[in-house]
Design a protein around this ligand. Structure first.
Ligand code: NAD
Ligand code: TDX
Length: 341
């Protein structure tokens, strides 16, 4: 099977590519990525290139998308996005271009090339925020996005719905909760806390720290997307979650404890504007219909993920210092010509 993965140089996309090449010996994967600040080819270093290749390009550029689609694919998985809520508050424009316009360009290409399936990787944030007493989000919960990021992802979901209903483009939307695992860009909470704590730097906790997130190991998310590809129904939406709800402050304290660091590193800072209080996902549909179950709960997997960041200090130090851009330059210009923006 030929699979086009967009955004495969980011956190979840790179884990998905590694997972697919390991588990499916008959899958051939092309990674189409713009290499924004979040795209890091080092995330895929050492990968066997017999069944994998990289194409640099922008999902919002119809000419580049047409060129890559003309290679011919059965399945497209769209991970490409601007993904950080704080950045969307500072500057929403790139979120609209990539997350909304980019999805439209991919849907049009999927339509004209007749792909078998397009998986639109969405997020629980499209449902907005829950009170502590409310039940978790189901696929039927109303969309109520609160940040520019969440609004752009909800808009993309609406496009996917419309392209299915109008043109019968075979699209499936997945909505996953907060991921953790190796290769996560250290602007996100868990790798930020781990890498700051290792360096004895202050750890910023927004507001009162009592916001709740529902955490899933990235490999469980990847297995869920693979299950959707193999057994999902076009036109459907599948929530993905592992049922591991934790308050931010409790998570930060647990990481500090596991690293043997002092809680005095914690600094409460001003809250994120429009900060969603709680996310929680009801994943019973994907469990029931596709037989998927999460296997790496936060409590068990967190120590191992912390160990990964401890063992891969060179990786995150190059990301934090910006030196990973040099790796791009060296690899990119040697192999594909041209430089970075
Ligand atoms: P990430 O920011 O780590 O990676 C995004 C990747 O997309 C990068 O490699 C980047 O270079 C690429 N990209 C950005 N704009 C592009 C464009 N215009 N054209 C081509 N490539 C482009 O993000 P992530 O955390 O891996 O998230 C992947 C997807 O999963 C996103 O769609 C996100 O909304 C969704 N998601 C993430 C989480 C999470 O907890 N991280 C949870 C649920 C859903
Ligand atoms: O420094 C911080 N301090 C802090 O208290 C950071 C970066 C975050 N936080 C809080 C904000 C959130 O309540 O931690 C929580 C998690 O924050 P992020 O890691 O930025 O994730 P979140 O905003 O929940 O969004 C993530 O999950 C859903 C991903 O970034 C999205 O791409 C995904 O769709």
């Amino acid at each position: 099977m030929r699979v086009l993965v967009t955004g495969g140089a980011g956190f979840i996309g790179s884990n998905f590519i590694r997972y697919c090449l390991r588990v499916y010996p008959d899958w051939y994967v092309v990674n189409f990525d713009k290499l924004t600040y979040a795209g890091n080819l080092e995330n895929l270093a050492g990968i066997d290139e017999g069944r994998y290749s990289f194409v640099r390009g922008d999902i919002a550029d119809p000419v580049a998308v047409e060129a890559v689609f003309s290679q011919g694919f059965d399945v497209v998985v769209n991970f490409a996005a601007e993904s950080h809520v704080d950045r969307s508050i500072l500057d929403p424009a790139p979120f609209m271009r990539t997350n909304v316009l980019g999805t439209q360009v991919l849907l049009d290409a999927a339509r004209s090339h007749g792909v078998v399936l397009l998986v639109q990787v969405s997020t629980d944030e499209v449902y907005g925020s829950l009170e502590e007493c409310e039940p978790p989000f189901t696929e039927d919960s109303p969309l109520a996005p609160n940040s520019p990021y969440a609004a752009s992802k909800a808009a993309a979901d609406m496009l996917a719905r419309a392209w299915w209903n109008t043109y019968r483009v075979p699209v499936i939307i997945t909505r996953c909760c907060n991921n953790f695992g190796p290769y996560q860009f250290p602007e996100k909470l868990i790798p930020l806390v781990i890498t700051n704590a290792i360096q004895d730097l202050p750890i910023p906790v927004y507001g009162d720290g009592r916001n709740i997130r529902d955490w899933i190991h990235v490999e469980d998310h990847c297995r869920a997307i693979a299950a959707v590809i193999e057994r999902g129904s076009p036109g459907e939406i599948y929530n993905i979650g592992a049922g591991c709800e934790v308050r931010n402050i409790d998570l930060v304290r647990r990481i500090l404890l596991l690293l043997g660091k002092s809680e005095s590193l914690i600094q409460f800072v001003s809250d994120r504007p429009g900060h969603d209080r709680r996310y929680a996902i009801d994943a019973s549909r994907i469990r029931r219909e596709l037989g998927w179950v999460p296997t790496r709960p936060l409590a068990e997997a967190l120590p191992e993920v912390i160990d990964w960041y401890v063992a891969n200090e060179g990786w995150w130090r190059r990301v934090r210092s910006g030196a990973y851009r040099d790796y791009y330059e060296a690899v990119y210009s040697r192999r594909w010509g041209g430089g970075l923006e």
